[in-house]
Design a protein around this ligand. Structure first.
Ligand SMILES: Nc1nc2c(c(=O)[nH]1)N[C@@H](CN(C=O)c1ccc(C(=O)N[C@@H](CCC(=O)O)C(=O)O)cc1)CN2
Ligand SMILES: [Mg+2]
Length: 300
């Protein structure tokens, strides 16, 4: 733990961690292909032309191919109907070459993302968002875990070892990050507080936490001086802000201020983001093994 307020935190390098995990996934994917007679297959669905989503979808396809997986990319127009999207999901559910299905979020206005998520075969739900997989997680049963929180957990375990007994706060309650993150931390025997827009005395609650996971999408809303000395800070937020005439990517946490109090902190970019894509590859590998009736390799 930092003894004084002016010790600089260790910066957690999510990109390097993701690269190392990727090397192990590539070996396991090659082994799967040799035994199953086909590569693990990931289908990525993009609806519309949101520039950030286009970048993420392209990165996912590129990474799948780089690691020796088959990538199936489906792009529907902004004007696609709910029925068209549901029909595509049904086709992918029935396609034996597809182990993982991911529908990039957010969907254009007018489309019901929860209905789409519920239509995905839970065994292929590599985003871990289907209520069946959320239920497995809450029940401590093996399912598929949402990619970003799974990546955050890997970084926390790597940085801290055992998390048992630590006070953790998760700021944000989305089904994509906040809720599954809280379940994962609870399963690690943390005492978990879930904070959200109606939480009272957020600075006080953050100030008591050994682990802070920030996932609200509000640029630098968590001030550095709220952080407990020696805490570990995981910043999931990515917001583009203008500074001095230039666009800059920032997280939910004031990185410079928090670095003076935390023992370790993820940067933005280069922290949680790269883990999101690599845990998706990991989930695809897991889904492929389960669907083929093969034991899931332990890559940790
Ligand atoms: N179906 C899903 N939709 C979305 C998810 C998801 O997990 N499943 N997560 C986010 C977007 N996302 C992946 O889809 C994602 C976000 C950020 C990064 C990333 O690597 N970020 C970099 C910075 C990139 C930049 O410069 O813009 C970083 O933080 O270092 C990867 C994936 C919402 N939608
Ligand atoms: Mg990041």
């Amino acid at each position: 733990m930092n003894a004084a307020a002016n010790v600089t935190a260790k910066v957690i390098d999510g990109r390097a961690f993701a690269d190392r995990l990727g090397t192990r996934i590539a070996v396991a994917a090659r082994d799967f292909a040799a035994r199953a007679g086909r590569a693990p297959g990931l289908a990525v669905v993009l609806v519309g032309t949101d520039p950030a989503s286009e970048v993420y979808v392209r990165s996912k396809g590129r990474m799948a191919r780089k690691l020796g997986m088959e990538s199936f990319e489906h792009v529907l127009p902004e004007t696609a109907s709910q029925d068209q999207l549901m029909a595509l999901v049904a086709r992918l559910n029935a396609d034996a070459a597809v182990d993982g299905i991911l529908v990039q979020l957010p969907l254009p206005k007018g489309l019901d993302s929860l209905a789409v998520i519920e239509a995905i075969d839970p065994a292929k739900d590599v985003d871990g968002l289907h209520p069946i997989n959320a239920g497995y997680l809450a029940s401590g049963l093996p399912g598929l875990v949402s990619c970003t929180p799974y990546g955050c957990l890997m970084l926390l375990r790597d940085s801290l070892g055992s998390l048992a007994g630590l006070d953790a706060i998760v700021v944000g309650r989305s089904i994509l990050v906040g809720k599954p993150m809280a379940q994962l931390l609870l399963a690690e025997n943390c005492t978990v507080t879930m904070a959200h827009s109606r939480t009272q005395d957020l600075p006080g609650k953050i100030g008591r936490a050994d682990i802070v996971v920030a996932a609200v999408g509000a640029p630098e809303m968590i001030r550095g001086d709220w952080i407990k000395l020696g805490a570990t800070v995981i910043d999931v937020g990515t917001s583009r802000v203008e500074q001095g005439g230039k666009m800059r990517l920032v997280g939910d946490v004031d990185f410079a201020g928090a670095s003076l109090r935390a023992r370790a902190i993820t940067p933005v970019p280069g922290g949680v983001g790269p883990m999101t894509i690599m845990t998706l590859m990991h989930n695809t590998l897991i889904a492929a093994h389960r669907r083929a009736g093969m034991p899931v390799p332990n890559l940790s």
